[in-house]
Design a protein around this ligand. Structure first.
Ligand code: FMN
Length: 419
Protein backbone atom coordinates (compact mmCIF):
# COMPACT_ATOMS: atom_id res chain seq x y z
CA UNK A 1 0.00 0.00 0.00
CA UNK A 2 2.80 2.32 1.03
CA UNK A 3 4.64 1.77 -2.26
CA UNK A 4 1.46 2.51 -4.25
CA UNK A 5 1.10 5.83 -2.43
CA UNK A 6 4.74 6.65 -3.12
CA UNK A 7 4.39 5.69 -6.73
CA UNK A 8 1.37 7.95 -7.07
CA UNK A 9 3.02 10.91 -5.42
CA UNK A 10 6.12 10.37 -7.54
CA UNK A 11 4.01 10.24 -10.69
CA UNK A 12 2.12 13.37 -9.67
CA UNK A 13 5.37 15.16 -9.04
CA UNK A 14 6.79 14.16 -12.41
CA UNK A 15 3.63 15.37 -14.11
CA UNK A 16 3.87 18.68 -12.31
CA UNK A 17 7.53 18.94 -13.20
CA UNK A 18 6.93 18.16 -16.84
CA UNK A 19 4.43 21.03 -17.11
CA UNK A 20 6.49 23.45 -15.09
CA UNK A 21 7.88 26.61 -16.67
CA UNK A 22 11.05 25.87 -14.70
CA UNK A 23 11.89 23.25 -17.28
CA UNK A 24 12.02 25.94 -19.89
CA UNK A 25 15.13 27.21 -18.21
CA UNK A 26 16.94 23.96 -18.92
CA UNK A 27 18.75 23.19 -22.10
CA UNK A 28 16.76 20.96 -24.46
CA UNK A 29 17.66 17.33 -23.92
CA UNK A 30 18.26 17.73 -20.21
CA UNK A 31 14.71 16.93 -19.21
CA UNK A 32 15.43 13.28 -18.40
CA UNK A 33 18.44 14.23 -16.31
CA UNK A 34 16.44 16.83 -14.48
CA UNK A 35 13.57 14.48 -13.77
CA UNK A 36 15.95 11.78 -12.61
CA UNK A 37 17.98 14.08 -10.40
CA UNK A 38 15.00 15.97 -9.02
CA UNK A 39 13.45 12.83 -7.64
CA UNK A 40 15.64 10.98 -5.18
CA UNK A 41 14.72 7.39 -4.46
CA UNK A 42 12.72 7.41 -1.24
CA UNK A 43 14.04 5.13 1.49
CA UNK A 44 12.39 1.74 1.33
CA UNK A 45 11.71 2.15 -2.39
CA UNK A 46 12.28 -1.33 -3.75
CA UNK A 47 11.59 -1.12 -7.47
CA UNK A 48 13.80 1.06 -9.62
CA UNK A 49 10.74 2.37 -11.52
CA UNK A 50 12.62 3.15 -14.74
CA UNK A 51 9.27 3.62 -16.51
CA UNK A 52 8.72 6.74 -14.45
CA UNK A 53 12.06 8.24 -15.43
CA UNK A 54 12.29 7.38 -19.10
CA UNK A 55 10.38 9.28 -21.73
CA UNK A 56 8.47 7.13 -24.19
CA UNK A 57 10.03 6.87 -27.64
CA UNK A 58 7.01 5.49 -29.51
CA UNK A 59 3.24 5.88 -29.03
CA UNK A 60 2.81 2.16 -28.26
CA UNK A 61 4.82 2.57 -25.06
CA UNK A 62 2.31 4.98 -23.55
CA UNK A 63 0.27 3.75 -20.59
CA UNK A 64 -1.76 6.91 -20.16
CA UNK A 65 -2.17 10.19 -22.04
CA UNK A 66 0.18 11.77 -19.49
CA UNK A 67 3.10 9.85 -20.98
CA UNK A 68 2.95 12.13 -24.02
CA UNK A 69 3.16 15.39 -22.11
CA UNK A 70 6.89 15.40 -21.21
CA UNK A 71 7.76 14.20 -24.72
CA UNK A 72 5.83 17.11 -26.23
CA UNK A 73 7.54 19.42 -23.76
CA UNK A 74 10.94 18.17 -24.83
CA UNK A 75 10.12 18.25 -28.54
CA UNK A 76 8.66 21.72 -28.80
CA UNK A 77 10.53 25.01 -28.58
CA UNK A 78 9.71 26.82 -25.31
CA UNK A 79 7.38 29.43 -26.82
CA UNK A 80 5.27 26.84 -28.66
CA UNK A 81 5.12 24.66 -25.55
CA UNK A 82 4.14 27.78 -23.64
CA UNK A 83 1.30 28.50 -26.09
CA UNK A 84 -0.03 24.98 -25.58
CA UNK A 85 0.47 24.70 -21.84
CA UNK A 86 -0.49 28.15 -20.65
CA UNK A 87 -3.46 29.07 -18.54
CA UNK A 88 -4.00 32.65 -17.39
CA UNK A 89 -2.73 34.60 -14.37
CA UNK A 90 -1.68 31.92 -11.85
CA UNK A 91 -3.03 29.02 -13.98
CA UNK A 92 -5.54 28.42 -11.17
CA UNK A 93 -8.47 27.72 -13.51
CA UNK A 94 -6.28 25.42 -15.58
CA UNK A 95 -5.58 23.37 -12.44
CA UNK A 96 -9.19 23.66 -11.23
CA UNK A 97 -10.29 21.86 -14.39
CA UNK A 98 -8.35 18.82 -13.16
CA UNK A 99 -9.08 18.98 -9.44
CA UNK A 100 -12.83 19.39 -10.09
CA UNK A 101 -13.06 15.71 -11.06
CA UNK A 102 -12.22 14.65 -7.51
CA UNK A 103 -15.45 16.32 -6.35
CA UNK A 104 -17.42 13.66 -8.20
CA UNK A 105 -17.20 10.01 -7.23
CA UNK A 106 -18.49 7.06 -9.19
CA UNK A 107 -21.12 4.65 -7.77
CA UNK A 108 -20.50 1.42 -9.70
CA UNK A 109 -23.37 -1.07 -9.97
CA UNK A 110 -22.73 -4.81 -9.66
CA UNK A 111 -23.96 -8.07 -11.13
CA UNK A 112 -24.64 -6.78 -14.63
CA UNK A 113 -23.57 -8.71 -17.74
CA UNK A 114 -21.11 -6.32 -19.39
CA UNK A 115 -19.75 -8.53 -22.14
CA UNK A 116 -21.61 -6.48 -24.73
CA UNK A 117 -21.53 -2.71 -24.54
CA UNK A 118 -22.07 0.20 -26.88
CA UNK A 119 -20.27 3.56 -26.66
CA UNK A 120 -22.04 5.15 -29.62
CA UNK A 121 -23.91 8.41 -29.26
CA UNK A 122 -26.01 10.64 -31.49
CA UNK A 123 -25.48 14.39 -31.82
CA UNK A 124 -27.73 16.40 -34.14
CA UNK A 125 -28.96 13.22 -35.79
CA UNK A 126 -25.46 11.90 -36.56
CA UNK A 127 -24.25 8.73 -34.88
CA UNK A 128 -20.69 8.68 -33.51
CA UNK A 129 -18.99 5.55 -32.26
CA UNK A 130 -17.58 7.43 -29.29
CA UNK A 131 -18.59 10.52 -27.26
CA UNK A 132 -14.96 11.73 -27.26
CA UNK A 133 -14.58 14.81 -29.49
CA UNK A 134 -11.49 16.64 -30.75
CA UNK A 135 -11.66 20.22 -29.41
CA UNK A 136 -10.83 23.18 -31.68
CA UNK A 137 -7.23 24.30 -31.27
CA UNK A 138 -5.59 27.02 -33.32
CA UNK A 139 -2.22 26.90 -35.10
CA UNK A 140 -1.60 23.17 -34.95
CA UNK A 141 1.36 23.41 -37.32
CA UNK A 142 3.16 25.06 -34.40
CA UNK A 143 3.17 21.60 -32.83
CA UNK A 144 3.88 19.36 -35.82
CA UNK A 145 4.52 20.03 -39.50
CA UNK A 146 1.35 18.14 -40.48
CA UNK A 147 -0.78 19.98 -37.90
CA UNK A 148 -4.52 19.74 -38.49
CA UNK A 149 -4.06 17.21 -41.31
CA UNK A 150 -2.47 14.69 -38.96
CA UNK A 151 -5.30 15.26 -36.49
CA UNK A 152 -7.95 14.86 -39.22
CA UNK A 153 -6.40 11.58 -40.35
CA UNK A 154 -6.32 10.32 -36.76
CA UNK A 155 -9.95 11.40 -36.29
CA UNK A 156 -10.85 9.50 -39.46
CA UNK A 157 -9.00 6.32 -38.56
CA UNK A 158 -10.52 6.28 -35.05
CA UNK A 159 -14.01 7.64 -35.85
CA UNK A 160 -14.02 10.83 -33.77
CA UNK A 161 -15.84 14.09 -34.38
CA UNK A 162 -13.36 16.92 -35.00
CA UNK A 163 -13.95 20.63 -34.44
CA UNK A 164 -11.73 22.93 -36.49
CA UNK A 165 -10.53 26.29 -35.16
CA UNK A 166 -11.06 29.64 -36.92
CA UNK A 167 -7.30 30.09 -36.71
CA UNK A 168 -6.44 26.71 -38.14
CA UNK A 169 -3.16 26.53 -40.04
CA UNK A 170 -4.81 24.26 -42.65
CA UNK A 171 -7.88 25.21 -44.68
CA UNK A 172 -11.23 23.64 -43.85
CA UNK A 173 -11.42 22.19 -47.37
CA UNK A 174 -8.13 20.32 -46.90
CA UNK A 175 -9.09 19.15 -43.41
CA UNK A 176 -12.44 17.78 -44.59
CA UNK A 177 -10.66 16.02 -47.46
CA UNK A 178 -8.21 14.41 -44.99
CA UNK A 179 -10.99 13.58 -42.53
CA UNK A 180 -13.13 12.13 -45.34
CA UNK A 181 -16.19 13.58 -43.59
CA UNK A 182 -17.46 16.96 -42.43
CA UNK A 183 -15.95 18.66 -39.40
CA UNK A 184 -17.62 21.25 -37.16
CA UNK A 185 -16.24 24.77 -37.56
CA UNK A 186 -15.40 26.99 -34.59
CA UNK A 187 -15.88 30.74 -35.06
CA UNK A 188 -14.08 33.70 -33.54
CA UNK A 189 -16.41 36.29 -35.05
CA UNK A 190 -14.01 39.28 -34.95
CA UNK A 191 -15.43 42.77 -34.61
CA UNK A 192 -16.57 42.79 -38.25
CA UNK A 193 -19.87 41.24 -39.34
CA UNK A 194 -18.55 40.98 -42.91
CA UNK A 195 -15.48 39.04 -41.82
CA UNK A 196 -17.61 36.72 -39.67
CA UNK A 197 -19.99 36.16 -42.56
CA UNK A 198 -17.16 35.37 -44.97
CA UNK A 199 -15.84 32.73 -42.55
CA UNK A 200 -19.32 31.30 -41.96
CA UNK A 201 -20.14 31.08 -45.68
CA UNK A 202 -16.85 29.37 -46.42
CA UNK A 203 -17.36 26.80 -43.65
CA UNK A 204 -20.92 26.19 -44.82
CA UNK A 205 -19.85 25.78 -48.45
CA UNK A 206 -17.13 23.33 -47.38
CA UNK A 207 -19.83 21.18 -45.77
CA UNK A 208 -19.52 21.93 -42.04
CA UNK A 209 -22.90 21.05 -40.47
CA UNK A 210 -22.31 22.85 -37.16
CA UNK A 211 -20.92 26.28 -36.27
CA UNK A 212 -19.34 26.59 -32.83
CA UNK A 213 -19.27 30.20 -31.67
CA UNK A 214 -16.65 30.73 -28.96
CA UNK A 215 -17.96 33.30 -26.49
CA UNK A 216 -15.39 33.30 -23.72
CA UNK A 217 -12.73 35.66 -25.08
CA UNK A 218 -14.36 39.09 -25.35
CA UNK A 219 -11.48 41.00 -23.79
CA UNK A 220 -8.19 39.26 -24.43
CA UNK A 221 -6.38 37.38 -21.67
CA UNK A 222 -3.31 37.29 -19.50
CA UNK A 223 -1.36 34.22 -20.63
CA UNK A 224 1.50 34.75 -18.22
CA UNK A 225 3.04 31.27 -18.53
CA UNK A 226 3.25 31.72 -22.30
CA UNK A 227 4.92 35.13 -21.89
CA UNK A 228 7.50 33.69 -19.48
CA UNK A 229 8.35 30.85 -21.85
CA UNK A 230 8.64 33.22 -24.81
CA UNK A 231 11.40 35.01 -22.92
CA UNK A 232 13.53 31.86 -22.75
CA UNK A 233 13.03 30.94 -26.40
CA UNK A 234 16.28 31.81 -28.17
CA UNK A 235 14.81 31.67 -31.70
CA UNK A 236 13.85 34.82 -33.53
CA UNK A 237 10.04 34.74 -33.40
CA UNK A 238 9.82 37.54 -35.99
CA UNK A 239 10.97 35.06 -38.63
CA UNK A 240 7.50 33.55 -38.56
CA UNK A 241 5.25 35.88 -36.56
CA UNK A 242 4.52 39.29 -37.98
CA UNK A 243 3.03 42.01 -35.78
CA UNK A 244 -0.51 43.36 -36.00
CA UNK A 245 -3.70 41.58 -36.92
CA UNK A 246 -2.74 41.31 -40.61
CA UNK A 247 0.56 39.74 -39.64
CA UNK A 248 -1.11 37.36 -37.19
CA UNK A 249 -3.69 36.19 -39.71
CA UNK A 250 -1.30 35.88 -42.63
CA UNK A 251 -0.60 32.22 -41.88
CA UNK A 252 -4.25 31.37 -41.19
CA UNK A 253 -5.74 30.13 -44.47
CA UNK A 254 -9.35 30.76 -43.48
CA UNK A 255 -8.57 34.48 -43.82
CA UNK A 256 -6.85 34.15 -47.21
CA UNK A 257 -9.41 36.01 -49.29
CA UNK A 258 -10.76 38.20 -46.53
CA UNK A 259 -9.89 41.86 -46.12
CA UNK A 260 -8.83 42.14 -42.46
CA UNK A 261 -7.54 45.73 -42.64
CA UNK A 262 -8.79 47.74 -39.70
CA UNK A 263 -9.77 44.69 -37.71
CA UNK A 264 -8.96 45.13 -34.02
CA UNK A 265 -8.55 41.43 -33.26
CA UNK A 266 -10.22 38.13 -33.92
CA UNK A 267 -11.76 38.28 -30.44
CA UNK A 268 -15.03 40.17 -30.18
CA UNK A 269 -15.84 42.59 -27.34
CA UNK A 270 -18.96 43.42 -29.35
CA UNK A 271 -20.55 40.00 -28.89
CA UNK A 272 -24.11 40.06 -27.46
CA UNK A 273 -27.30 37.95 -27.71
CA UNK A 274 -28.33 40.15 -30.68
CA UNK A 275 -25.26 38.89 -32.52
CA UNK A 276 -26.10 35.29 -31.61
CA UNK A 277 -29.62 35.62 -33.07
CA UNK A 278 -28.35 37.38 -36.17
CA UNK A 279 -25.70 34.73 -36.69
CA UNK A 280 -28.23 31.94 -36.23
CA UNK A 281 -30.52 33.54 -38.85
CA UNK A 282 -27.63 33.91 -41.31
CA UNK A 283 -26.76 30.22 -41.63
CA UNK A 284 -28.25 26.78 -42.16
CA UNK A 285 -25.63 25.29 -39.85
CA UNK A 286 -26.61 24.35 -36.31
CA UNK A 287 -25.28 26.91 -33.83
CA UNK A 288 -23.41 25.79 -30.70
CA UNK A 289 -22.07 28.22 -28.09
CA UNK A 290 -18.69 27.31 -26.62
CA UNK A 291 -17.77 28.85 -23.28
CA UNK A 292 -21.07 28.84 -21.36
CA UNK A 293 -20.48 28.16 -17.65
CA UNK A 294 -23.57 29.44 -15.80
CA UNK A 295 -27.24 28.48 -15.50
CA UNK A 296 -28.27 32.02 -16.47
CA UNK A 297 -26.45 31.92 -19.81
CA UNK A 298 -27.54 28.34 -20.43
CA UNK A 299 -31.19 29.41 -20.09
CA UNK A 300 -30.61 32.46 -22.30
CA UNK A 301 -28.99 30.23 -24.92
CA UNK A 302 -32.13 28.12 -25.17
CA UNK A 303 -34.33 31.25 -25.26
CA UNK A 304 -32.23 32.66 -28.10
CA UNK A 305 -32.56 29.60 -30.28
CA UNK A 306 -29.08 28.15 -29.82
CA UNK A 307 -28.90 24.47 -30.83
CA UNK A 308 -26.24 23.22 -28.40
CA UNK A 309 -23.65 24.23 -25.79
CA UNK A 310 -20.10 23.42 -24.87
CA UNK A 311 -19.41 24.06 -21.19
CA UNK A 312 -15.88 25.38 -21.43
CA UNK A 313 -13.44 27.87 -19.96
CA UNK A 314 -11.12 27.51 -22.94
CA UNK A 315 -8.97 25.02 -21.05
CA UNK A 316 -8.32 27.59 -18.30
CA UNK A 317 -7.12 30.08 -20.93
CA UNK A 318 -9.88 32.69 -20.77
CA UNK A 319 -10.70 34.36 -17.46
CA UNK A 320 -9.19 33.21 -14.16
CA UNK A 321 -12.50 32.16 -12.56
CA UNK A 322 -10.87 29.47 -10.45
CA UNK A 323 -13.81 27.22 -11.31
CA UNK A 324 -13.38 23.90 -13.09
CA UNK A 325 -15.81 23.17 -15.90
CA UNK A 326 -17.04 20.04 -14.09
CA UNK A 327 -18.15 22.33 -11.28
CA UNK A 328 -20.17 24.35 -13.81
CA UNK A 329 -21.72 21.39 -15.61
CA UNK A 330 -24.52 20.47 -13.16
CA UNK A 331 -26.08 23.94 -13.17
CA UNK A 332 -25.93 24.18 -16.96
CA UNK A 333 -27.50 20.75 -17.36
CA UNK A 334 -30.23 21.66 -14.87
CA UNK A 335 -31.01 24.92 -16.69
CA UNK A 336 -31.13 23.32 -20.12
CA UNK A 337 -33.40 20.47 -18.99
CA UNK A 338 -32.57 18.27 -21.96
CA UNK A 339 -33.82 20.77 -24.55
CA UNK A 340 -30.46 21.00 -26.37
CA UNK A 341 -27.31 18.86 -26.22
CA UNK A 342 -24.61 19.98 -23.80
CA UNK A 343 -20.97 19.07 -24.40
CA UNK A 344 -18.07 19.90 -22.09
CA UNK A 345 -14.30 20.32 -22.18
CA UNK A 346 -11.49 21.23 -19.79
CA UNK A 347 -9.01 18.87 -18.17
CA UNK A 348 -10.38 15.56 -19.49
CA UNK A 349 -7.49 13.09 -19.26
CA UNK A 350 -9.03 9.81 -18.05
CA UNK A 351 -11.89 7.53 -19.02
CA UNK A 352 -13.37 8.09 -15.57
CA UNK A 353 -13.42 11.88 -16.18
CA UNK A 354 -15.51 11.27 -19.29
CA UNK A 355 -17.81 8.88 -17.45
CA UNK A 356 -18.46 11.45 -14.70
CA UNK A 357 -19.38 14.20 -17.20
CA UNK A 358 -21.75 11.91 -19.08
CA UNK A 359 -23.35 10.87 -15.80
CA UNK A 360 -24.06 14.50 -14.94
CA UNK A 361 -25.73 14.88 -18.34
CA UNK A 362 -23.13 15.86 -20.94
CA UNK A 363 -23.77 14.44 -24.39
CA UNK A 364 -20.07 14.30 -25.28
CA UNK A 365 -16.68 15.42 -24.03
CA UNK A 366 -14.11 17.44 -26.00
CA UNK A 367 -10.41 16.94 -25.44
CA UNK A 368 -7.73 19.56 -26.13
CA UNK A 369 -4.16 19.30 -24.85
CA UNK A 370 -3.84 15.50 -24.69
CA UNK A 371 -4.14 15.10 -28.45
CA UNK A 372 -1.74 18.03 -28.88
CA UNK A 373 0.78 16.18 -26.71
CA UNK A 374 0.34 13.17 -29.01
CA UNK A 375 0.62 15.35 -32.11
CA UNK A 376 3.75 17.15 -30.97
CA UNK A 377 5.40 13.90 -29.87
CA UNK A 378 4.68 11.58 -32.79
CA UNK A 379 2.32 13.21 -35.32
CA UNK A 380 -0.74 11.24 -36.46
CA UNK A 381 0.20 7.99 -34.62
CA UNK A 382 0.58 9.99 -31.41
CA UNK A 383 -2.90 11.49 -31.78
CA UNK A 384 -4.30 8.05 -32.57
CA UNK A 385 -2.75 6.52 -29.48
CA UNK A 386 -4.07 9.30 -27.24
CA UNK A 387 -7.58 8.73 -28.63
CA UNK A 388 -7.17 4.96 -28.23
CA UNK A 389 -6.15 5.29 -24.59
CA UNK A 390 -9.09 7.55 -23.78
CA UNK A 391 -11.55 5.25 -25.54
CA UNK A 392 -10.20 2.12 -23.85
CA UNK A 393 -10.21 3.73 -20.41
CA UNK A 394 -13.75 4.98 -20.95
CA UNK A 395 -14.94 1.55 -22.07
CA UNK A 396 -13.29 0.02 -19.03
CA UNK A 397 -15.08 2.24 -16.52
CA UNK A 398 -18.40 1.75 -18.34
CA UNK A 399 -18.08 -1.98 -17.87
CA UNK A 400 -16.70 -1.73 -14.34
CA UNK A 401 -19.66 0.47 -13.41
CA UNK A 402 -22.20 -1.78 -15.13
CA UNK A 403 -23.29 0.66 -17.85
CA UNK A 404 -23.59 -1.07 -21.21
CA UNK A 405 -24.72 1.96 -23.23
CA UNK A 406 -24.27 5.73 -23.10
CA UNK A 407 -27.98 6.19 -22.30
CA UNK A 408 -27.50 4.17 -19.13
CA UNK A 409 -24.86 6.54 -17.72
CA UNK A 410 -27.23 8.56 -15.53
CA UNK A 411 -26.74 10.92 -12.61
CA UNK A 412 -27.26 8.12 -10.09
CA UNK A 413 -23.83 6.90 -11.18
CA UNK A 414 -22.09 9.78 -9.40
CA UNK A 415 -22.02 11.43 -6.02
CA UNK A 416 -21.44 15.20 -6.22
CA UNK A 417 -19.52 16.94 -3.51
CA UNK A 418 -19.24 20.46 -4.86
CA UNK A 419 -18.70 22.31 -1.59
C1 FMN B 1 -3.09 25.61 -27.68
C2 FMN B 1 -4.57 25.77 -27.58
C3 FMN B 1 -5.22 26.50 -28.57
C4 FMN B 1 -6.60 26.64 -28.53
N1 FMN B 1 -7.24 27.29 -29.55
C5 FMN B 1 -8.59 27.41 -29.53
C6 FMN B 1 -9.28 28.01 -30.61
O1 FMN B 1 -8.70 28.39 -31.62
N2 FMN B 1 -10.63 28.13 -30.52
C7 FMN B 1 -11.33 27.69 -29.41
O2 FMN B 1 -12.56 27.84 -29.36
N3 FMN B 1 -10.69 27.09 -28.39
C8 FMN B 1 -9.36 26.93 -28.42
N4 FMN B 1 -8.73 26.29 -27.39
C9 FMN B 1 -9.51 25.72 -26.29
C10 FMN B 1 -9.92 24.27 -26.59
O3 FMN B 1 -10.89 24.23 -27.62
C11 FMN B 1 -10.54 23.59 -25.36
O4 FMN B 1 -11.56 24.41 -24.85
C12 FMN B 1 -9.51 23.29 -24.28
O5 FMN B 1 -8.26 22.96 -24.82
C13 FMN B 1 -10.01 22.14 -23.42
O6 FMN B 1 -9.17 21.94 -22.32
P1 FMN B 1 -7.99 20.86 -22.25
O7 FMN B 1 -6.89 21.38 -23.11
O8 FMN B 1 -7.65 20.83 -20.81
O9 FMN B 1 -8.54 19.54 -22.76
C14 FMN B 1 -7.35 26.10 -27.44
C15 FMN B 1 -6.69 25.38 -26.45
C16 FMN B 1 -5.31 25.19 -26.53
C17 FMN B 1 -4.63 24.37 -25.47
Amino acid sequence: MQSIDRSQSRRRFLKFLAGSPLLALCAPGSIEELIASAFQKPSGWTADEPSLQKLITSPEQALSVFDFEPVARQTLPPAHWGYMATGVDDDATLHANRTAFSKFQIRPRRLIDVRKFDTSTEIFGVKWKTPIVIAPVGSQRAFHSEGELAVAKAAASRGHLQILSTVTTTSIEDVIAARGAPVWYQLYPTTSWNVAQALVKRAEAAGAPVLVLTVDLPAGRNTETLERLKKVDSRNCANCHQPGIEGRLKRKPMFDKIDVKGLADYYAPTLTWDFVRRLKDSTKMKLVLKGIVTREDAALSVENGVDGLIVSNHGGRAEESGRGTMECLPEVIDAVQGRIPVLIDGGFRRGTDIFKALAIGAKAVCVGRPYLWGLASFGQPGVEKVLDILRVEFELIMRQAGATSIEQIKRTYVVENLR
